[in-house]
Design a protein around this ligand. Sequence first.
Ligand code: VAH
Length: 335
Amino acid sequence: MRRLLVTGALGQIGVELVPVLRKHYGADRVVASDLRAVTSRSFTAGDDYERLDCMQPSQIFEVMRRRDIGAVYHLAALLSAVAEKRPQEAWTVNMDTAYNLLEAAREFRCQLFFPSSIAVFGPSTPRQRAPQVTIQRLTTIYGVSKLAGELLCDYYTRRFGVDARGLRLPGLISSVAAPGGGTTDYAVEMFRAAASGERYSCFLAPDTRLDMMYLPDAIRAMIDLMEADPTRLGHRNAYNVTAMSITPAELATEIRKHLPSFAVDYHIDPMRQAIADSWPQSLDASAARDDWGFSPRFNLAALTRDILAKLREKMKASGDERLKCETSHDHARID
Ligand code: VAH
């Protein structure tokens, strides 16, 4: 059986996606890769890991051939806030790597997952329940690279028969990896501060409403999309997906149901606030639901409960007893 390759495996999505893929398909079928040497605590020397610079086509082709890759989850990219600080580098990294992986997918006849984003929408996109097909006059270099990536994937599918598929991901909240330079990182940072008993200084205004999703739901959506019947994929590059539309103030209130003393103040970062304000406040994910059964399991209450429990376990394992949740709540799962 051909293997799966994850690029950018040491990033926020990758460190959670790789173990789930290995559990789903078998540890010997998933190759993790990133620019850095395998010194991260997320992967040990025994893990199947390749150092891979996706800016180098020869390195990609060599790994594809030697490891007999049949599907790629291409996660290597600069996120919105970092990209806006270094737009030229962001364009080069995000676009050249996407092009290189599409060329490799064409050459080796393999599937490609491309992570798009709500960043492909802009101020003139309908703010509420942004449709699957709508105006896309985005205003960030990250959005330009993600929309161009979507169109390039569609071209390779139409012109060369490459099986490329993508999701317009909202902000992703996880308990495992540190944030990676995005505009929605405040949510991950807020949980980490609360778990450590610290006050959090939020870089977005309290009423900044954005789409979010728990990373386990996003990973399940990625795998479901990649395994879906291709004849049903009317919008393969790329589907709107979301699980909730929340604000920093609402997230803080939910955390305080478990940690009543948790405090947040607001020191707005003008650049990240401008990026957030350019994005819709909510997406319409009905096409994903209708075409391949997208169905997130975690709402805000269930996500908060699960993340604080996971952070408490992690901290206890490291001997840190600071996180004692003072109340308990029933699971408020969507399903
Ligand atoms: C970012 N987390 O903030 C990413 C994501 C919707 C936002 O694309 O850049």
